[in-house]
Design a protein around this ligand. Structure first.
Ligand SMILES: Nc1ncnc2c1ncn2[C@@H]1O[C@H](COP(=O)(O)OP(=O)(O)O)[C@@H](O)[C@H]1O
Ligand SMILES: [Mg+2]
Ligand SMILES: [Zn+2]
Length: 327
């Protein structure tokens, strides 16, 4: 599962759809009006011919060029006013035959003064969210469906805790985290055996954070790293910025750290992601089946030492996937 990378493509497609739609609707309104009010059709074609007349006047270089131009400008204005009056008389607003953009700022190009327009950013956010919510897992994973009944309520001698109590704390921590989420939120490391709810709770957080309009990328470390690798070695056939979006999204959820293929390239990307996001102060949620000592033996000190500033949530319990299967 990998989300967020297609958002750019979808956003561009939507902008292009908007431009096409504006043009189509504009032409339809014009045709409709010219059909209903033939005088407007006549005035509009006369207006269209003035630019040709104008260039003729300029090319002729007569002594009275300036007067002629001024006269034409006056006539133009008069015709415009005529059209407006005809529209009003027939119950239309003069704006009815103006070109209407979805976004006036960038005229649906997606860029304004050389930077991404806010309409484009909104699309990117929405599409990232849509990709995520389109996945079946997230539909089932929410705080509401997180059942504490799956965790034992008797004291566990080895761990020195009551699992249900511990998981209740973790659930509340996650609910609060999602509620109060900002791009300055802390980073979290969820650790614990398989099937104890790490993915379930990280997706529950994602759902809430997305609904607030933040840009969230969720993926298994395996999938996320593979995308970066493909991009790095030029095997990617689209021009999305895989690494850039992992480093810059509002919330990155990297699931199952430690299940990816072991390679020095992956290790350096993992370091880059963790380090860059910490430097930028952006929150990351990492989940892993590895214990702290397993993390230490697998990853370099510089990776583990940075993970130490994360809030650690130690999940406990038995494999809920198994419990559900035999119920
Ligand atoms: N507390 C819970 N209540 C209900 N379903 C749960 C709970 N914890 C986990 N599950 C479900 O059990 C399965 C395994 O959980 P998951 O979150 O994937 O575990 P992990 O990521 O820790 O391996 C998923 O289908 C998940 O939705
Ligand atoms: Mg998981
Ligand atoms: Zn715009």
């Amino acid at each position: 599962m990998k989300f967020g990378s297609k958002a750019y493509e979808y956003a561009l497609m939507e902008l292009s759809r908007r431009r096409g739609r504006s043009k189509y609707e504009y032409e339809k309104r014009i045709a409709d009006i010219e059909d209903r009010i033939p005088e407007i059709a006549r005035l509009r074609s006369e207006l269209a011919s003035t630019s040709i007349k104008l260039s003729k006047v300029i090319l002729a270089r007569n002594s009275n060029t300036r007067e002629l131009i001024e006269q034409m400008a006056d006539e133009n204005l008069a015709m415009q006013e005529n059209i407006n009056n005809l529209l009003i008389e027939n119950g239309y607003s003069p704006d009815y035959i103006k070109y209407q953009y979805h976004c006036d700022l960038c005229e649906d190009s997606g860029y304004h003064n050389g930077v991404r327009c806010s309409c484009f950013n909104t699309l990117l956010k929405n599409f990232s969210s849509k990709e995520l919510s389109g996945a079946s897992h997230i539909k089932l994973s929410s705080f509401e469906t997180f059942n504490l009944g799956y965790y034992s309520d008797s004291f566990n001698e080895d761990l020195g805790i009551v699992p249900r109590k511990k998981m209740e704390e973790i659930l509340h921590y996650c609910e609060k985290y999602a509620d109060e989420f900002s791009t300055e939120s802390k980073s979290i490391c969820m650790s614990g055996q398989t099937g104890v709810g790490k993915t379930h709770l990280s997706l529950s957080i994602a759902k809430v954070v997305i609904s607030k309009g933040f840009n969230v990328i969720y993926g298994s470390s395996q999938d996320l790293l593979r995308d970066v690798e493909r991009e790095h070695f030029g095997k990617s056939n689209d021009d999305k910025d895989a690494l850039g979006s992992l480093l810059g999204c509002d919330l990155l959820i990297m699931d199952d750290l430690g299940t990816e293929f072991e390679s020095s390239f992956y290790n350096s990307v993992i370091y880059n992601i963790i380090n860059s996001r910490l430097n930028r102060g952006l929150p990351t949620i990492i989940s892993t089946n590895l214990s702290l000592s397993e993390l230490e033996s697998r990853y370099s000190d510089r990776v583990v030492s940075r993970l130490m500033v994360y809030d650690f949530l130690r999940f406990v319990g038995s494999d809920i996937r198994q419990i559900k299967r035999f119920k």
